[in-house]
Design a protein around this ligand. Structure first.
Ligand SMILES: *Cc1c(COP(=O)(O)O)cnc(C)c1O
Length: 371
């Protein structure tokens, strides 16, 4: 089936008892045993499994074309489950512009437990030079945040396979609608479902989707169940509901982002636009090869530096000054400020999560702010 159909049907189970067309929310934390000691549908206790979470995991699995999925209470919890599943002493290679929350998680919570290097992962020579005998995981994030760098997934997978190294790809910016990393050989896809899956800036969640139900995946399932960073039945319900429109929303985000990028690129006050869908992007060819479409986030740098970036951001009416992405409303942020003092992000850079407002209104707003 195609993503539009999967998105609507895979996460829904009609209710046999009432005939309800939409799956009810099961809030019960515990489930009754039958007289013979067995359970009605295998549900025992909601931390282990819950019908709404099962449905969410089903639709996530099918959208990414995987073997199984595990839902978490945030994207960071999903990332943490991966790190906690590794043997102590394992070496991880991650991008130097890895999502700052996960980079800080490794640096602050896993120092002394795991080893890690943050490198220019889009350069295969640099990657090869950092592989060690204890390297067990390569973490990818493409397109990256906030520089929209593109890493050639197939190339990295080929290097990893030769040395028996696992590959995880943070697919948050792309969504399965724009990019299918499992089809390119990645072992596990990670998402912050807080972003496009939720799509309305009103819930937090994370997910891992596995290509194979192997021993490593069983360990990750254990971290989910025993660690307990699970989403509530309400959050699972709202996510399943939002996912029904994901393919259409993403299509709209991508269309608006492409048009906004093209507009910004020819503005005299704009130094540079970073968007993988622009032919001027240094890795546009790779993006075209491995992505189905180019996503809804772009960054641009202003000629006037930090002051000009602040002036423009404060003059915008339709773009809300806030972090995060993937909601129906357009957001803009001064990324260096969010990432803190050790950021490598240029101070004249603004990151935009292009929303689903009409493109004419978005362009008119940017026009008046740049003027
Ligand atoms: C937001 C985000 C995360 C973290 O997800 P949370 O839901 O905020 O915990 C990880 N990676 C990327 C690329 C993100 O944008």
């Amino acid at each position: 089936m195609k993503p539009e159909t999967i998105a609507i049907h895979a996460g829904n189970q009609k209710d046999d008892i009432t005939g309800a067309v939409i799956q009810p929310i099961v809030l019960s934390t515990t489930f009754e045993r039958k007289e013979d000691g067995s359970y009605h549908e295998g549900y025992i206790y909601s931390r282990s499994a819950n019908p709404n979470r099962t449905s969410l995991e089903k639709v996530l699995t099918q959208l990414e074309n995987g073997a199984d999925a595990a839902a978490f209470s945030s994207g960071n919890a999903a990332g943490m489950a991966v790190f906690q599943s590794l043997q102590p002493g394992t070496h991880i290679i991650a991008p130097d512009d890895m999502y700052h929350g996960l980079r800080n998680q490794l640096k602050n919570l896993f120092a002394g437990i795991l080893e890690f290097d943050f490198i220019a992962i889009d350069n295969t020579d640099v990657l090869n030079a950092h592989i060690k005998p204890n390297t067990g995981l390569i973490w990818l994030e493409t397109p990256s945040n906030p520089l929209l760098k593109i890493t050639d997934i197939k190339k990295v997978v080929a290097i990893a396979r030769q040395q028996n190294i696992k590959v995880v790809c943070d697919n948050t910016f792309a969504t399965p609608i724009c990019q299918q990393p499992l089809a390119l050989g990645v072992d596990i896809v990670m998402h912050s479902t807080t972003k496009y899956f939720g799509g309305h800036s009103d819930l937090m969640g994370g997910a891992l989707i596995a290509a194979e139900k192997n021993d490593w995946w069983q360990k990750i399932r254990q971290v989910q169940e025993l660690g307990g960073a699970i989403p509530s039945p309400m959050d699972c319900y709202y996510l399943v509901r939002s996912i029904k429109t994901l393919p259409y929303r993403v299509r709209g985000h991508v269309q608006n982002a492409q048009l906004l990028a093209a507009f910004l690129q020819v503005q005299p006050s704009v130094e540079q636009v970073l968007y993988p869908g622009l032919p001027s992007h240094p890795n546009h060819a790779v993006a075209k090869e491995q992505m189905l479409s180019f996503g809804g986030v772009l960054s641009f740098c202003l000629k006037g530096g930090k002051e000009e970036a602040n002036r423009v951001i404060n003059k915008l009416q339709l773009f809300t000054r806030a972090t995060s992405l993937g909601g129906v409303e357009s957001l803009i942020e001064h990324r260096a400020m969010v990432e803190g003092p050790d950021t490598k992000t240029p101070f004249n850079l603004l990151r935009v999560s292009v929303g689903l407002e009409h493109i004419d209104d978005l362009i008119a707003d940017i026009k008046q702010a740049l003027a």
